[in-house]
Structures are given as C-alpha cells and as structure tokens.
Design a protein around this ligand. Structure first.
Ligand code: CA
Length: 426
C-alpha cells in the first residue's frame, strides 16, 4: 500500500473480486434501473434499444409501402380527372345543346366527386408523410442513444473509489489508529489468510463498526446459494449507498478472533421513518464445518425487542421455541440445515440461520411500502419479507437494515451514540 494518506485506485465494486472465482457471476450487466450509476445498468438499456430498433425499422418500411400505394392511387384518380375533362371538351364540341347540358352536368358531378376524393387522399398522404418524418427523427435519436450506450458499455465496468490506507484486524482497530472517516478499508482478521474490503462506520469519537449486512432499497437480490452467502455478494460503496452481504467466511473470521468479543448491532428502519436497534453480546459465527452456526451470549439491549429469541405468533405453543435463532446453522436454498421438514431458505427466498423457520429474517425479500400478504409473495406462500417480529408483524417488510459489529469493550467505553444500553440477564 502506498504511504500516502489516501490511496486512489480503480476498483471493481464487486465483492467477489476479493474472494473466490466462483463469485464471478454472469451478472456483469446489472439490469435494475434503480441501482444508479453503475455501468452495467446501461448495458440493459442498450440491449433494450437494440431489440426495439428492428421493430421500428419494420414499421417504417410498412409506412413507406403504404405511401407508395397512396401515391399510385392519387395518380390514377388524377389521370381520370384529366380524361373526364378531355371528354367534356369533346362533348361540348360534338353534342346537341340539351344532350350536352345533361351529359356535362353529370360529368361535372363526377369531376367534383373525384376532386373531393383526391383532396381527402392528399390529406391522408400529408398525414402519413408527417408520421413518416417524425418516426424517422425518432429512429435517428434512438440510434444515437443506442450508439452512445454501446460506447459506454464497451468501457470496462469500473468505478473509481477511495480505499483508505489504514488497515487493521477490524474497523475498531482502524479507528484506534486514528481513522475518523467512514468508508472502505482493508481488514485482516488474525486468522485470515488475506485481507479483504469492508465498509467501516467510524464516528467522531473513534467508534469503529464493521458492517456485515446492509439493506436499503431492494437493489440486490438476496435469494442466493451457499457459495454466494459464503463469499459475500452485492456492492460495497465508499458512501454507504449500496446493499450487500459481507460473506459468512469473512463474518466468521472477524467474529472469532480471540480475545476480542463482539457486540452485534442490528439497526432497523421502517417505511414510516422510525428507527430502532437490537444488540447481542458475544456474537460469533462458527466455521463452515459447522455450517456457520450463529451463537451469542444474550440480548444486550435496544428497543427493537429480542426477535432472535423467537416469537409467539399465536399459531402454536411451540412457535417461540421453533422460531428462535441462537444456535442455528446457516441455511440456503441449496443447503438445508434448518429444523423443518421442508426447506425454510428455499420457501422464504433467502439465506439465514433458519429454525422452523424464523422470527427475525433480515435477508428476506424486499417489499416496497412494507405491508404484504401471501398473495404478493409470487408463489412463495410464506412470510418471506424483511422481518423483525418483535417490532413489526411478520407481514410487514422493513425498509432498511444494518448488521454491524464492534468490540464489546469499545461499546462500554460510552463512545458510541447508542451507549448506555440496558443489560439483560445472561
Ligand atoms: Ca429442512
């Protein structure tokens, strides 16, 4: 790392760049248009325009054919008018006055009728020509846009982000070394073979949170498989604007580096703008051999309630027991480690420490507006939203969530904005 304070580097935002090759998914082009400025979004638009172009071309050539037809028709009518005018002159010369008057008035009627039809046809032609011209202009605009987008898509998918140079075994150590800015840092937990990128939330008092999970706008699909949850997915951004799962392996390495014990803080925000949090003491994620089992010592505080301890939904007396999460192994759609005869992760479209199945479910499906019903689940048929049952019902999906950790001694120093949390019985 360069000795300068800030090291600017061209950096692929994909988490997977820092991990296994298996994470180089086919999603080079990210098609969610609400994701913002990331290059892959434009590939989708260019692809859409390219698809649109042949059908507009086809329309234009059809209009051209009808214009030619109309022109031929008009020409025929004009010929007939000329012919009739000639016959009138001829009749004037050859016929008797009465016969001439009768014949000529009939012809005049015919001429009038034909002239009217010519005028109508000309108006139609004019209309079609206008349509043709406006379509041509539109086509030119679309072609320009398509070219522009194609040029942009041909550029390598990159973003210039600042990666801070201070490193440490976690964000708190980085803050202890003097960092006072939130952003992207490289960390290397004690047992880690190599360092990896994390988002550090550092406040002015020197508290350094290492962020493990972030939901904020539904831009990232959290219905992923075991390897993806192991390695992490989504995007890390220096200004904390994107969604991600840091990865079970990294969370394991961070949370088990003795002698540090960590507080896990879960921050939640609903669609009405209310915020709350829940803290857990001695948060740890077991190694992959134990399927990244979640353990903590006890609920440490916060107003969100202890949803990790399960919730009595009132369906069954065993609800609370079978929806608790402490001690559960991690499950994904392709690795069922839950306590249910079915597959909770598959039926709820997520990866999580499933029991039978959950009272807390922060990797669930994103529902805009919060409230949803079985009918909105597109066949999942279960409460699969972003749920914290002790705060909002399981049919209310939260707007934003954060999971982050800090060494317990730092939290107790009172430096944190949420300091002074109540201690519940162990
Ligand atoms: Ca099962």
């Amino acid at each position: 790392m360069a000795p300068s304070i800030i090291h600017k580097s061209t950096f692929l935002l994909f988490l997977c760049s820092f991990s296994s090759a298996q994470m180089h998914s086919p999603d080079m082009c990210f098609t969610k248009d609400d994701f913002g400025t990331h290059c892959p979004t434009t590939c989708g638009i260019a692809e859409y325009l390219s698809r649109y172009q042949p059908s507009v071309d086809r329309d234009l050539s059809e209009i051209e054919v009808s214009l030619v037809d109309m022109r031929n028709l008009t020409k025929g009518a004009q010929d007939r008018v000329v012919y009739m005018r000639d016959s009138t002159t001829q009749a004037q010369k050859s016929s008797s006055p009465e016969a001439y008057i009768r014949k000529s008035s009939k012809m005049l009627d015919d001429i009038l009728r034909f002239e009217k039809s010519i005028i109508a046809q000309e108006a139609q032609i004019y209309q079609l020509q206008e349509m043709f011209e406006s379509n041509e202009k539109r086509m030119i605009r679309l072609k320009e846009m398509s070219l522009q987008l194609q040029r942009r898509c041909n550029l390598p998918c990159k973003d210039t982000v600042e990666i801070q140079t201070i490193t440490g075994k976690d964000c708190q150590e980085i803050a202890n070394k003097g960092a006072r800015t939130s952003g992207l840092y490289m960390v290397k937990p004690l047992k880690a073979k190599e360092s990896f990128l994390v988002y550090c939330e550092i406040d002015s008092t020197g508290s350094g949170w290492t962020v493990l999970q972030r939901r904020r706008d539904g831009s990232v699909d959290f219905y992923k498989n075991w390897v993806q949850y192991k390695e992490g997915f989504g995007y890390l951004s220096p200004d904390d604007t994107s969604e991600f799962w840091l990865g079970n392996e990294k969370i394991h390495l961070l949370s088990t580096q003795s002698p540090v014990t960590y507080i896990l803080r879960i921050e939640l925000k609903d669609w009405e703008g209310n915020k709350t949090h829940a803290d857990y003491a001695m948060f740890k994620l077991a190694p992959e051999a134990d399927q990244y089992r979640l353990t903590y010592a006890h609920y440490y505080g916060g107003d969100a309630g202890d949803a990790f301890d399960g919730y009595d939904f009132g369906d069954d007396p065993t609800d609370k027991f079978y929806t608790s999460h402490n001690g559960m192994q991690f499950s994904t759609r392709d690795q069922d480690n839950d306590k249910y005869h079915g597959n909770c992760a598959q039926q709820d479209g997520s990866g999580w420490w499933m029991n039978r199945c959950h009272a807390a479910h922060l990797n669930g499906r994103y529902y805009r507006g919060g409230r949803y019903t079985v009918k909105n689940t597109d066949g999942f048929d279960f409460d699969n939203g972003i749920i914290w049952a002790t705060w909002h019902s399981r049919w209310y999906s939260l707007k934003e969530t954060t999971m982050k950790i800090i060494p317990v001694n730092r939290l107790n120093m009172g430096g944190s904005q949420h300091a002074g949390t109540k201690q519940f019985g162990g």
